[in-house]
Structures are given as C-alpha cells and as structure tokens.
Design a protein around this ligand. Sequence first.
Ligand code: CTP
Ligand code: CA
Length: 237
Amino acid sequence: LSLVEREQDLAGLHVVVSTGGTREPLDPVRYLGNRSSGRQGTALARAAADRGARVTLVAAHVDDGVLEDAMSPRISLVRAGTTADLGEAVRTAASGADVVVMAAAVADYRPAEVADRKLAKESSPGARTIELVETEDILAGLGRDRVPGRTIVGFAAETAPTRDELLERGRRKLARKGADLLVLNEVGWSVGFESASNAVIVLGADGDVAVEASGSKRAVADAVWDAVLASRMDRPA
Ligand code: CTP
Ligand code: CA
C-alpha cells in the first residue's frame, strides 16, 4: 500500500501502547531496571497516530528525547514507573480500547522488600543477597480477561541460536500469554535494544508467521499495524 492509501487506515480505533523499561525500587535511591530505550513502542504509538488512531502511550522509563520526538496531538501520554504502576495504567487505558500493544520491557521480578532508608555497605559487608519475587504478568492478565473485539499484541525479545528455535520459543510464549499477535524480536548485545533499527517476525494466534519486517523502528511499527489490521479482518469483533 502506498503511504497515501493507508494514511488513515487506523481511524476510529483507540489503541494503547506500553513502552520503555519498568524500574523496581530497592531503596530510595536504587532500582532494578533494564536497557530498553522505549524507541520501538514509541514508534508504534506515532505510527498509529499518523494512521488516524487515537493513542494512549503508557511509558515507563525511556531514553531522553524519545518521547518528545514522537509526540502528536493524537497521543495522550501516561507515565508509569514500576510494573505495578504500568499494569494499573494499561488496564485503565485498555477499557474501551480496540488494541493493546505491550511493547514495554517489564521487569520479571522485583525486590521482595523496599528499604525505606538507603542500604548501607556497613549493614552487609562483603556480599549482599537480595530476595526477588515475581511481578504480575500484565500481558497474560489481558489475555485471560479477554474482551470481544479487543486485539492484544505482545512483544518477545529472545536470544535464540537459530530461526527455528526463535519461532518455537515464540509460539510457546504466544500460547502462554493468550495474545492475538506476538512480535518476535531477536536481541543480542548490539541488536534491538538501544538501536535505531530492528528486525521482527510477527506470529499470529495460530502460531503462523503473519508478517516479517526489518528496517527502521518506524518501518517495523507500520508492519505491526498492518498485521493488527489483517488479524482484525480475519476475526471481526
Ligand atoms: N510482559 C508483561 N508483564 C510481565 C512480563 C512481560 O506484560 N511481568 C509482557 C511484555 O511486555 C511482552 C511480553 O509479556 O509483551 C513478553 O515478555 P517477555 O519478557 O519476552 O516474556 P516473559 O513471559 O517475561 O518470559 P521470559 O522473560 O522468561 O522470556
Ligand atoms: Ca521477561
């Protein structure tokens, strides 16, 4: 499709996109975080807005300048720090939404206890053990509490040695999450995170490859929205 033809093909849809990395506090000055820049999710939000959707962008920690570059009058921004905050914000925004895309890099664990004073070396000389507990799985929750007509899209960043293994891991994850689409992203130390471009395979609910795309994060974002539209046509509300 040309740019002009698909210009407003998401008009009338309300989409929610989460982006960035959640941070789990350890004490008043420290957290457990990850290297997500928030660029892919933010590009998804901008692409949807440019194609006519109303967008709620739920942003955890993102790199400086990323959000500013992507803002549009059709995007409303909600900030969230921790996984619990992000879960709340996504569920609130998702009520009445047509599509929810979980592009955020969500912490899998959080410290079991948050110290109310800065942890001092003196209190644990030589080594320190920090107990972690699992966070809630926001995407799996959305997959469980399905609403007719709502499309749920997950992301998975995997480090698999072969394409087959990548697809196999993706299929298992898709089933575990109960999502309609899973955007599979192979990451290493130099690909995906913190980089300007990306390569993804989008799996449909049946586990088949729906779309493959590579290039700028915007190009990948447009391909993901194409896959969302196609899956909504296959299974109308
Ligand atoms: N996700 C989520 N809540 C979590 C963890 C992940 O909503 N607590 C979402 C992510 O936003 C992403 C998808 O689930 O859309 C897959 O995340 P990923 O980290 O690949 O999957 P996990 O289930 O956490 O499995 P693992 O990290 O062990 O591969
Ligand atoms: Ca994870």
